[in-house]
Design a protein around this ligand. Sequence first.
Ligand code: 9D3
Length: 243
Amino acid sequence: MRIHILTLFPNMLSGPFSESIIKRAVDRGLVEIVIYNIRDYTSDRHHVVDDYPFGGGQGMVLKPEPISAAVESIKNEYEVSVILLTPQGRLFNQMVAEELAGYSEMILICGHYEGVDERVREHLVTDEISIGDYVLSGGELAAMVVVDAVVRQLPGALGAEEAVREDSHSSGLLEYPQYTRPRVFQGWEVPQVLLSGNHAEIARWRREQSIIRTLRRRPDLLERADLSREERMVLERMKRGEE
Ligand code: 9D3
């Protein structure tokens, strides 16, 4: 997979991609990440990337020419998805990450300022993504989130053990509480069941903790969670108990 990132702040992006799982995926040749400074695609003497909005109003708008020139320089004989990171895009989630992981090449455009000239959206962009309902200063952090979530989906990006763990956690429930040594820290004890050596009981306790935690914190996840008939029944009883 090849990911091209267009930004006005290329320095924001280089660091995170040189660490951890993404670095390993790059080193293994699973993904190539290329960063472009939109300013390098201006053709005027002062390298202007933004301008005042037609019709007036606050803030600046990113001009279409440099973004178009950058996109056109990247496009090749293959189909390339052009994704604008914007608060107005569709909400990013694991399903979208899996969808993007199936692409062989994509361009991520990081917006900034008050926005991007609408003609970029209309004629160059094939998809728009937001990473959540909060205001960021630009699309760079959003691009990093998208790249991280997509790259770890690529076959071979995770170690064998990590991949197996991912699998066993795809139940749609929140994770159970984890503990490590010491057994008592500042008088705070580890739940007795985890020290019992009874693996069946430990598995049962963890499952129950996952369900309770999901009910309390993310009840929206329960509808689609992978629960047995018996667990559904227990859940209904717990719900009624909370009312
Ligand atoms: C004045 C109205 N603002 C929209 C709420 C304008 C505006 C704010 C922040 C326009 C762009 C931005 C910069 N943010 C992004 O480019 C961005 C973003 C975000 O702010 N939140 C969640 N996902 C994303 S993806 C790109």
